[in-house]
Design a protein around this ligand. Structure first.
Ligand code: IFM
Length: 442
């Protein structure tokens, strides 16, 4: 069942999201190496050791990609500006990199697309990774410098700026689980990054507020955490996961505290004096970005070290990533954010989408399963608005099939199919379904 623009409040924005490293091609335009280049070059980290050197070649093909968004009828485009492209050594400006984003933003505006910029979507310059990356407190100050430099160029033209994309991935997935760059499995580094990534956010907000830059926010990802059984130990496991994934970052920002059940494990490893940073972290936001994909079921893992938990496969249909399709979780998080944390502050669904083993046949891709996923999540968004959440827009992840990090190019999230040999773009049936829904005003 489809949906129409008229079912959302006036001014609600529809768009799509991408990220620099996943689409641009990090080998072009004088970009410096980033930690994903080296992570991918280390055997075993990324499927087929694929990297983002060429990706979708958006660096050269961006006019076609912006045209695709205009033809879809989108109101806004969520993109990221690569730190390693703008500052190849993490410090000095690469004018070619700035020019690229300068042209890109102008061209969005020419097409009537509101630019929603993200400052950090994971492309840490290798020169800073060499000095410890996010485990090093100094990186937070370098990030504020980057935020200031790029905002001097783009700030007057972008509609909004998010500091960080998905701090949980930057911290836990990358430093505790070792799945994303830099691929560490170290609880001390994890505790530091869990805190430093929010400090980087706070320092950047402070710097940009000093420049009178409006519409500052952050993009957090949320994972519905449910107990695998009714056993009290499984409830405890689910609630700890909820703390690690869903509460740590939003509570740091809105309450200037971290959840006790997570500190129980991380406290001995936190950087000295971390409490003194909480006022910087807890500055008011202008909006909150919610990324939502799935839920996980958790059980207590007896005899394992803290956090004593493991997830077990759930019964619901799954995407190509193996993620359960659970749209109710989106409604839950949007209403929970409004009720418990941000009140009336504008909330955007900054990412939602699914990977699917799409097939190009006779020049077309029919992905009804993605249409169903998309419309179910749009309905969940609408339900949250009816519950009172001030949700102002929805960005599908992603415009294009792209570099899915440790999964390489095999997992396809796009509304538009990309042939990674020829780089030809083919809009899928989901692209056309969303275009028709946005155009409908009845
Ligand atoms: O591809 C990623 C994106 O970079 C961040 N959010 C989740 C997406 C799908 O895994």
């Amino acid at each position: 069942m489809t949906i129409s623009r008229a079912e959302f409040p006036p001014g609600f924005l529809f768009g799509a999201a991408t990220a620099a490293y996943q689409i641009e091609g990090s080998g072009f335009g004088g970009a410096g190496p980033c930690h994903w280049d080296t992570f991918a070059a280390t055997p075993g980290n990324v499927v087929r050791a694929e990297d983002g050197a060429r990706a979708c070649d958006h660096y050269h093909r961006w006019p076609e990609d912006l045209d695709l968004m205009k033809s879809a009828g989108f109101d806004a485009y969520r993109f990221s500006t690569s730190w390693a492209r703008v500052m190849p050594d993490g410090v000095k400006i690469n004018p070619q990199g700035l020019d690229f984003y300068d042209r890109l933003v102008d061209s969005m505006l020419e097409r009537g697309l509101k630019p929603f910029q993200t400052l950090y979507h994971w492309d840490m310059p290798s020169a800073l990774a060499d000095q410890g990356g996010w485990a090093n407190r100094d990186t937070c100050h370098r990030f504020a410098d980057f935020a200031e430099a790029i905002t001097e160029t783009l700030g007057s033209r972008v509609a909004s700026i998010a500091t960080i994309n998905e701090p949980w991935c930057v911290a836990w997935l990358s430093h505790f689980m070792g799945i994303h760059a830099p691929g560490m499995r170290d609880i001390r580094a994890t505790a530091r990054v869990m805190h430093h990534i929010l400090l980087a956010h706070g320092l950047a907000v402070e710097r940009l507020r000093g420049m009178r830059q409006p519409n500052l926010g952050i993009v957090l990802n949320f994972d519905h955490a449910a107990p695998a059984t009714d056993a009290p130990a499984d409830h405890t496991a689910a609630s700890l996961w909820d703390g690690i994934f869903n509460r740590w970052f939003i509570e740091g920002i809105t309450r200037q505290t971290y959840p006790e059940n997570v500190l129980a494990g991380l406290r001995p490893h936190m950087p000295q004096g971390w409490r003194d940073d909480m006022p910087t972290i807890g500055q008011p936001l202008d909006w909150l970005g919610v990324n939502y994909y799935t839920r996980h079921l958790h059980s207590h893992a007896a005899g394992t070290p803290w956090p004593h938990l493991r997830d077990v496969p759930g019964p619901l249909p799954k995407t190509q990533m193996g993620w359960e399709i659970y749209p109710d979780g989106l409604q839950t998080f949007l209403t929970r954010m409004a009720r418990d944390y941000v009140g009336d502050l504008p909330i955007y669904v900054t990412e939602n989408g699914m990977a699917n083993a799409d097939q190009l046949e006779d020049g077309t891709v029919t992905d009804r399963i993605r249409e169903d996923y998309l419309f179910a999540h749009l309905r969940a968004t609408k339900a949250a608005i009816e519950d009172g959440a001030n949700v102002k827009g929805f960005f599908y992840w992603s415009l294009l099939d792209n570099y899915e990090w440790a999964e390489g190019y095999a997992k396809r999230f796009g509304l538009v199919h990309v042939d990674f040999e020829t780089l030809k773009r083919t809009p899928k049936s989901s692209y056309h379904a969303l275009r028709r829904a946005i155009a409908r005003n009845d």
